[in-house]
Design a protein around this ligand. Sequence first.
Ligand SMILES: C[S@@+](CC[C@H](N)C(=O)[O-])C[C@H]1O[C@@H](n2cnc3c(N)ncnc32)[C@H](O)[C@@H]1O
Length: 348
Amino acid sequence: MIESSAEEDSSGSTSPNGKPEIRPSYIRLSASPYSLLSVDQVLRRIMPCQNDDSGDAINDNGNPLIEEIPSSFEVAGHVAHVNLREESLPYKYLIGKAILEKNKPKIRVVVNKIGNIENEFRTFPMEILRAKDWILIYGTEEHGCRFKLDFAKVYWNSRLSGEHEYLVKQIVSSAHEELLVTKERHCIVADVMGGVGPFAVPLTSANASHYHTTPILCHANDLNPISYHYLQANAKLNRCFSDRLVKYNLDGRAFIHKMNEEGVDASHFIMNLPASAPEFLDAFKGWNFESTSSKKIPTIHVHCFGEKARGPEEKSRIHTQVLQRCERALGCPGSLSEPEGRQKTRLK
Ligand SMILES: C[S@@+](CC[C@H](N)C(=O)[O-])C[C@H]1O[C@@H](n2cnc3c(N)ncnc32)[C@H](O)[C@@H]1O
């Protein structure tokens, strides 16, 4: 809002002879223009950026001009996460300040990713550019559930929210069908790399609309002990009771073996570890169906990276590559190329 005040001569608007008269009027704009500018506009004023008209890549002093103003960011709870290019690093604290000030009170911390995800827990090194709060996120929301997590120590990616919602809905709907036929007490799901619970929590929360109509029992695991800690915290926060959500802190393969050894009759396994989930399928070799009461074959949801397809042909080739990775790990070449297997795999 522009705060304005008009300073006018208050002696009246007519001349002594009674005729209307035009007089000068002064308006004072007291607000700082900073408050009116967007993050992008502020940064364009601070950073030496390339001008579309001139196309120059360096300024008069020979210094490089910024190609892309880093005004966009991802949000996880109250944390804004930027991925600054080398050329923007000299301005990083100003960028953090502008993003925080222009997005308060929602944003309370701005972090910059300073390296790639290289560790097994899928966390990335980051530096805090500006903070009014600690990086612990309390209550970021996804599909009606609240999540608590330490953004620096566990994996969390808000861009996966669509995938979380898709799979939760798909599993609930298939569980509904299954329970109508089997009349069992609940449908069982095993989440092998469960993180802080974005699949397990909405599947088992007593606040979920399917809680009474489609009961789901989820065994959720993660190797990262800090993820396990927050999985427990999120279970509490969202009323996931221990008869519906069982938590583990094991290596994924050990967890899969445990499920089989203990005769856990899971209808679904979720494996979201994009770099190597297909290779974890080797843990299903020798799966003992006799150990489960229904001898059912579980559906395994494997999330993995693949090349970006630029057309239907490429998509089909990449599709085949992914299936072959899965087949190699399972030790059954050619078996997933059956039409049914193809229909059941989904590439985005
Ligand atoms: C990409 S994250 C996915 C987490 C969660 N499913 C989600 O969607 O946010 C992969 C998770 O796998 C866990 N992880 C890595 N190696 C693992 C292993 N060998 N066994 C079990 N979990 C593992 C990481 O700690 C991380 O939480």
